[in-house]
Design a protein around this ligand. Structure first.
Ligand code: RTP
Ligand code: MG
Length: 148
């Protein structure tokens, strides 16, 4: 089953949005297979956002993501990577549709509440950066296919 890496950014944690955000993905029908409240080191931040190393906002991005605790999660479900991106909304909250997480809770691009993997390749890479295999659970033995 497809998995993605999602993270409530420091602004979302500070604004007490963890529950609201987890709730949206739960209600949609996806399954939480891993989650932890954690601080991101400078090294992890630079690795995670490595694709943006040459961009003018890279320094600010790393400073922001290391500025306070984040809530890192792995979610599982059919098409979860693309659907989670739709539920998050556009990168810049000013362009994000109402009803999306960034559209409902964000204002500026630098503080846009949530991160989500943008492809199967980045999902695999980011899950590996943030979680050990044994930190992810396996629901398959519950035989709960009837839920979704
Ligand atoms: P994310 O990686 O955080 O899920 O966001 P994203 O895919 O929607 O956007 P991406 O292009 O990967 O950019 C990563 C984060 O960099 C910040 N950003 N700032 N100042 C700017 O022009 C600018 N552009 C991007 C945003 O916080 C974005 O989430
Ligand atoms: Mg991105």
């Amino acid at each position: 089953m497809e998995k993605t890496f999602l993270m409530v950014k420091p602004d979302g944690v500070q604004r007490n949005l963890i529950g609201e955000i987890v709730s949206r993905f739960e209600k949609k029908g996806f399954q939480l297979v891993g989650g932890k409240l954690m601080s991101i080191s400078q090294e992890l931040a630079e690795e995670h956002y490595g694709e943006h190393k040459e961009r003018p906002f890279f320094g600010e991005l790393v400073d922001f993501i290391t500025s306070g605790p984040v809530f890192a999660m792995v979610w599982e479900g059919e098409n979860v990577i693309a659907t989670a991106r739709l539920m998050m909304g556009a990168t810049n909250p000013k362009d994000a549709a109402p009803g999306t997480i960034r559209g409902d809770f964000g204002i500026t691009v630098g503080k846009n509440v949530i991160h989500g993997s943008d492809s199967p390749t980045s999902a695999e890479r980011e899950i590996g950066l943030f979680f050990k295999e044994e930190e992810l659970v396996d629901y398959s033995k519950l035989m709960n296919e009837w839920i979704n």
